[in-house]
Design a protein around this ligand. Structure first.
Ligand code: PEP
Ligand code: MN
Length: 339
């Protein structure tokens, strides 16, 4: 990272960018409050020979030692990233966001009923899958584009922006047309070509941690999106595989303060997929608020027993108001109000 002096001008910044580009590294200009930094990702030895320290307007050259670069809080002048979705803030330390909705869009009635319920109780974003990654190829895979248009209708009725999964680059145009936030599912966290496609869509991305991925791998996956010039990335802890089988996955709550320490990106917790059990969703949501998460994403259904997917972990829509009030109260203990 090349940190410029506070009075460095456009021409001096451009001269550094051009010299870096001669080595073939990936160059990104990162304007900050006081100074501009220039990130150069690639072979550090080639960069060391450029004599950047002697160039006009250059304050210092700082090697970024961690394997993740753009997602790293080592980009020291980088304030915590606040992702704005249609005026709703995620991150920044003073708000807690509730992302809620069905696992999958089943019908317009079901989706609209859930959307209205969660909107009335303080959710700031509506979740819902139209393209579903399923363990078995014989399970319900979602309504596809019809599901996206149902989500758009629910957004029109409630004002809630829509978070929905980009499962395959073949769906990129449809997702671009309908989604407000592009979700990358846990199973695709290491689908690097898909991450680049998501980065290019120009919409905020919710990146879920892989089922067996380390937090360092999660941040390197985030780098794939960030390097496309998309700074609106939210990380999502959704549980990992461990020897424990009592819960569906093991919610790694320690990843939340770790990520807040090592990255500037907002962190969301998904206690629904982590636990697989609706009775655990509220306590884990409160815990997420306590350890510094910027929000939670939870599944809600009007009739979980009849849900085509993930019924046992879906909160009853009729119980969502009391759930949201409890989570909001816990978020307020750490100085956050519902976004
Ligand atoms: C989801 O949130 O819809 C989902 C499929 O979760 P995950 O990718 O974490 O399994
Ligand atoms: Mn689900």
């Amino acid at each position: 990272m090349v940190v410029m002096t506070p009075d460095a001008g456009e021409a001096e910044i451009q001269a550094v960018v051009e010299r870096l580009e001669t080595t073939g590294v990936h160059v990104m200009v990162l304007p900050g409050e006081l100074t501009t930094a220039i990130g150069a990702i690639g072979d550090p030895e080639g960069v060391a020979e450029l004599g950047l320290e002697g160039m006009a307007g250059v304050d210092r050259v700082v090697p970024i030692s961690r394997p993740y670069k753009l997602a790293s809080s080592e980009l020291a002048h980088h304030e915590p990233t606040v992702v704005e979705v249609d005026g709703r803030r995620v991150g920044g330390g003073d708000t807690f966001c509730l992302i809620a909705g069905p696992c999958t869009v089943e019908s317009s009635e079901q989706t609209l009923a859930v959307a209205e319920t969660v909107a009335a109780s303080g959710a700031s974003l509506l979740r819902g899958g139209a393209f579903k990654p399923r363990t078995s190829p014989f399970a319900f895979k979602g309504l596809g584009v019809e599901g996206l248009s149902i989500l758009a209708a629910a957004r029109a009725a409630t004002g809630l922006p829509v978070v929905t999964e980009l499962l395959d680059s073949a769906h990129a145009d449809a997702i671009h047309e309908y989604a407000d936030v592009v979700q990358i599912g846990a199973r695709n966290m290491q689908n690097y070509a898909l991450l680049e496609v998501a980065g290019k869509l120009g919409k905020p991305v919710l990146l879920k941690r892989g089922l067996s991925s380390t937090v360092e791998e999660l941040l390197q996956a985030a780098d794939y999106i960030l390097k496309e010039g998309n700074e609106a990335v939210m990380l999502c802890e959704r549980g990992i595989r461990t020897f424990e089988t009592a819960t569906r996955f093991t919610l790694d709550l320690s990843s939340v303060p770790w990520l807040k320490l090592h990255s500037h990106l907002p962190v969301i917790v998904d206690p629904s997929h982590a636990s697989g059990d609706r009775r655990l969703v509220e306590p884990l949501s409160r815990a997420a608020a306590a350890v510094g998460a910027d929000g939670v994403m939870v599944e809600v259904h009007t009739d979980p027993e009849a849900a085509v997917c993930d019924g046992p972990q879906a909160l009853y829509a009729s119980a969502f108001a009391s759930y949201a009030a409890s989570v909001a109260a816990h978020a307020s203990l750490v100085g956050k109000r519902l976004a």
